[in-house]
Design a protein around this ligand. Structure first.
Ligand SMILES: O=C(O)CCC(=O)C(=O)O
Ligand SMILES: [Fe+2]
Length: 317
């Protein structure tokens, strides 16, 4: 099974005859493979180029500059993660990649920071203001894409339009930059080990290198070949819970770059307010198919997944 294309301009079109078939196609993609390309996102191509440029600039800096904002020093998981820090596949190797994470910036005296200090708090920003500006702009633009997409998903699931978007007031959506450096010839080739994502949906921008693979229902690894200016979207575990396994959170992985290739990618992990109560939506349960999962707080769920993949967080709380 290949990865379908979904057009955001059609998903948000005012004419039913254009919008409804696309919402149906979105629904099918979420059920059958849990992955699709999103085209016509409205994010300016110039911003995507600027982001790529700033990522190269950021990761190219001397190690001590990056270490100054080491994620290990952030109780709430923001900043720079060195190679080997994250291991997505719990049974094989640490990932061959370096990362930078940012999210909404909550001042240290905000009540949510006191309540959930491992999820809310300040960012650790790159020192170059030009980089920060581009990252913030991309965060704002991509969050708008996420809101449109979540609205279309609510429609696909016969829910009120704002069923999902109303859970995004103090949300913990994370924007990440990843650099997969060339790996030494003899090293293992886990760029990112096989895993599912934790949140609602992930919107991924990738460069033209390739390497991302998706496991289809037949258990085969399918290449998510880059399409210029399109985002690769996948369903996360929280959305799978929310929909009683109707929408599938699908395993994916990244093969590490060849010895002389650098790859850059930008996942945007769309995650709702910590205190969002996630229990099966009405349209996904029936007498024949009762809710499979207990109600869970979105933040508790995401937290437990973080702790499993980042060694340093295990003794944090
Ligand atoms: O780099 C990629 O293409 C995918 C990364 C990914 O799956 C993740 O960070 O969750
Ligand atoms: Fe992922």
């Amino acid at each position: 099974m290949s990865i379908p294309l979904i057009d955001l301009a059609k998903l948000t079109h005012e004419s039913d005859s254009v919008r409804l078939p696309e919402v149906k196609a979105l629904d099918t993609a979420c059920r059958e493979i849990g992955f699709f390309y999103l085209t016509n996102t409205g994010v300016p191509a110039s911003l995507l180029k600027a982001l790529m440029r700033e990522a190269k600039h950021f990761f190219n800096q001397p190690q001590e500059v990056k270490n100054a904002i080491d994620i290990k020093n952030s109780p709430n998981h923001r900043g720079y993660g060195n190679i080997g820090e994250e291991q997505l596949d719990e049974v094989t190797h640490a990932d061959w990649k370096e990362t930078f994470d940012m999210a909404l910036d909550f001042p240290a005296d905000h009540p949510l920071v006191a309540k959930y200090p491992t999820m809310y708090g300040p960012n650790q920003n790159p020192s170059d203001p030009a980089t920060l500006e581009v990252l913030q702009e991309y965060y704002v633009e991509t969050f708008q894409v996420a809101q449109k997409l979540l609205t279309a998903m609510a429609q696909a699931l016969s829910l009120q339009d704002d069923f999902f978007t109303r859970c995004f007031t103090d949300h913990v959506t994370v924007m990440r930059m990843i650099h997969y450096p060339p790996r030494p010839e003899a090293a293992h080739d886990n760029g990112a080990g096989a895993h599912t994502d934790y949140g609602c949906v992930t919107l991924l921008l990738q460069d033209q290198t390739g390497g991302l693979q998706v496991k289809n229902r037949q258990g085969e690894w399918v290449d998510a070949t880059p399409i210029e200016n399109a985002l690769v979207v996948n369903i996360g575990d929280l959305m799978q819970h929310w929909t009683n396994d109707e929408y599938v959170s699908t395993a994916h992985r990244v093969r590490a770059s060849l010895p002389d290739v650098h790859r850059y990618s930008f996942p945007f992990f769309v995650e709702p307010d910590y205190e969002t109560e996630v229990s099966c939506v009405p349209s996904c349960q029936s007498d024949a198919k009762p809710a499979k999962y207990d109600k869970v707080l979105a933040g508790d769920w995401i937290q437990s997944r973080f702790d499993a993949t980042y060694a340093y967080r295990e003794d944090k709380h």
